[in-house]
Every structure is written in structure tokens, then in C-alpha cells.
Design a protein around this ligand. Structure first.
Ligand code: ADP
Ligand code: MG
Length: 292
């Protein structure tokens, strides 16, 4: 049976925008020594916008934008939605035949259009042809500006780059500072590339980060953290975070997250406010004192 102190703490938390799926999680929260956080949608708003776009000289930009629009229309990823919003009305063509459409979580989307294989996604999603390197310096510069770089490849040749910026949530830095003040190690786990990850981790003032982190890698990192810190929480919002949320001692989902994340998590931040976790930890500490 659930203790009265636990019950009152749960209802107190719910009024404050934190939903606990059971008393045990509120009891465990004060033991957490490390918090792993996803980047997109967790540390950041999750509403990226296109800032830059570059095409190789020989490319028909109008056609390439039609292709990109047709492919990303099929994806629900925040980057895809931003790219679809960016491509204008005249670039929307319903008569383009998109075949073999495939989405790989944490990497991007590919499809066949007019006999060509197109890829829209991260740099490690396809085998980049080494002779096509017009874009390397541009991609690196965009990443140092904390922008996510999405590659456009046609038959494995990079023909374009789209940069997107997703701003750090306005309560992120304060939340991270309060975790650190409570002696909690903070680390970002992201599918994004090394340079962008570093720029965001610095902006958010995290203790560390792991880039190019696929869903299975996020699980591996949580297991490593559990060995080192014993009690580990993971905060995320995406399908790609669900396995890691399940592996952590406490899985925390952003309220605006995907259904899978919300179902898997032990705690839900209804209003997407990271800072609420600090209040919940204090609540947990106080409650454990009363219970013991
Ligand atoms: P995060 O861990 O930051 O939430 P994801 O794991 O969802 O990010 O995605 C990692 C990377 O994969 C993105 O930075 C992007 O380069 C690429 N990517 C994934 N899905 C898409 C998509 N639909 N369109 C373009 N790029 C994508
Ligand atoms: Mg995310």
C-alpha cells in the first residue's frame, strides 16, 4: 500500500506539472547521481528552423527542393517538419513519384525518385563519395554555430546541405546549474554530430556529451552511467529515447514528447519545464525524511 506521505507528494507534484507513475519513483528521485539528457526537444525547444541552404553548382535547385519536400513530407521528425515548412508552395509537387521511402531513426530518410536514390539525413547515413568534398568546410562552420547539418545526397553524392537551428529552451541553463549544485553529473546523449553536440553542450553548460548516439548507443551509455553513478535518470522526448528511458533507473519524458516516450517514462514533465525536476528532487528528499 502507498504511504500517505508519498500520496501527498504525488498530488503536490501533479499540481506543479510533474506526473509520477508510481510512489517508488518519487522515493528514488533523491538518490539520482547522474542525469542524461537528449538534445532535440529536451535541452532544446524541438522546433528547429532552416537557417542556411547550400547546393552543389551543377544542381537544379528548384528540382532538388521539390525532391526534398516530397521526401521529408513523409517523416514526422522535427527536422523534417521544419524543412517541409521552409520549402515554398511552388516546391510542393504532388505528382513526384516517391518509391522505396525509408526512414531510419536517428539518421534520416531515403527514397527513389525518377530512378535516382536520394538521401536526406546525417553525414553517417550513407557512404559519402570522397571526391565530392565541396561541402566539408561549410558543414564544419555551420556545426560550430550549433546548427544541425542535414545532408542531401543523390546516388551517394552530396549535392546539398541544409542547416537548422533549434534554440536551447529558456530554462535549460538554470535547470542544469541546479542539477550540478545538487551534486548531480549532467550529460547529453544526442544523435547529432560531434561539433554541433559540443556547441550545444557548452551553451547548456553540461558536464559532458556523447555525439552520434543511436538509440542502442543511448542504452549502452545509460548502462555505463549506472555502473559509475548507481542511480541514473534519463530525460528524453523521442522514439529514439524510449529504450534509454526504460534502461535508466528513472525515465523522464517531456510532456510534448512522442507517445512511446510518454508510455515508457516513469515521470512526465507536463509543461516541458526541466527546472521542475529540481523541485521534484527536493520534494523526494523531504518525503524520504518524513517516511524514514
Ligand atoms: P537527437 O538525438 O538530437 O534528438 P535524432 O537522433 O532524432 O536527434 O537525429 C539525429 C540526426 O539524424 C539528426 O541530427 C539529423 O542529422 C538526422 N536525421 C534524423 N531524422 C531526420 C530526418 N527526418 N530528416 C533529416 N535528418 C534527419
Ligand atoms: Mg529528442
Amino acid at each position: 500500500s502507498i504511504m500517505p506521505a508519498t500520496l501527498s507528494a504525488i498530488s503536490n507534484a501533479a499540481r506543479n506539472g510533474i506526473l509520477f507513475k508510481g510512489g517508488v519513483h518519487i522515493e528514488n528521485l533523491s538518490n539520482v547521481k547522474a542525469i542524461a539528457l537528449d538534445k532535440t526537444g529536451t535541452l532544446t525547444n524541438g522546433t528547429p528552423h532552416v537557417t542556411d541552404i547550400h547546393f552543389a553548382k551543377e544542381i537544379d535547385e528548384h528540382y532538388a527542393l521539390q525532391v526534398i519536400n516530397a521526401i521529408e513530407k513523409e517523416s514526422t521528425h522535427p527536422l523534417a517538419q521544419a524543412i517541409v515548412n521552409y520549402t515554398k508552395e511552388e516546391q510542393r509537387r504532388s505528382d513526384l513519384l516517391v518509391e522505396n521511402m525509408q526512414e531510419e531513426v536517428g539518421k534520416g530518410v531515403s527514397a527513389t525518385i525518377d530512378g535516382d536514390n536520394w538521401v536526406v539525413g546525417s553525414g553517417n547515413f550513407f557512404n559519402q563519395r570522397s571526391d565530392a568534398d565541396w561541402y566539408n568546410a561549410i558543414a564544419e562552420k555551420l556545426a560550430t554555430e550549433a546548427k544541425t547539418v542535414v545532408y542531401i545526397a543523390k546516388n551517394n553524392e552530396v549535392v546539398g546541405l541544409i542547416a537548422l537551428k533549434d534554440d536551447v529552451r529558456n530554462d535549460t541553463i538554470k535547470a542544469i546549474q541546479s542539477f550540478k549544485k545538487a551534486g548531480i553529473h549532467t550529460i547529453m546523449l544526442t544523435g547529432d554530430n560531434e561539433t554541433t553536440a559540443q556547441a550545444i553542450a557548452e551553451e547548456a553548460q553540461l558536464d559532458g556529451y556523447i555525439a552520434n548516439c543511436m538509440p542502442a548507443d543511448k542504452v549502452t551509455e545509460i548502462k555505463k552511467l549506472k555502473e559509475k553513478y548507481t542511480h541514473v535518470a534519463m530525460i528524453g522526448d523521442g522514439i529514439n529515447d524510449a529504450p534509454a528511458l526504460a534502461t535508466a533507473d528513472i525515465g523522464i519524458a517531456m510532456g510534448a514528447g512522442t507517445d512511446v516516450a510518454l508510455e515508457t517514462a516513469d515521470i512526465i514533465l507536463i509543461k516541458n519545464k526541466l527546472k521542475k525536476i529540481t523541485n521534484a528532487i527536493q520534494l523526494s528528499t523531504r518525503m524520504n525524511r518524513i517516511v524514514k
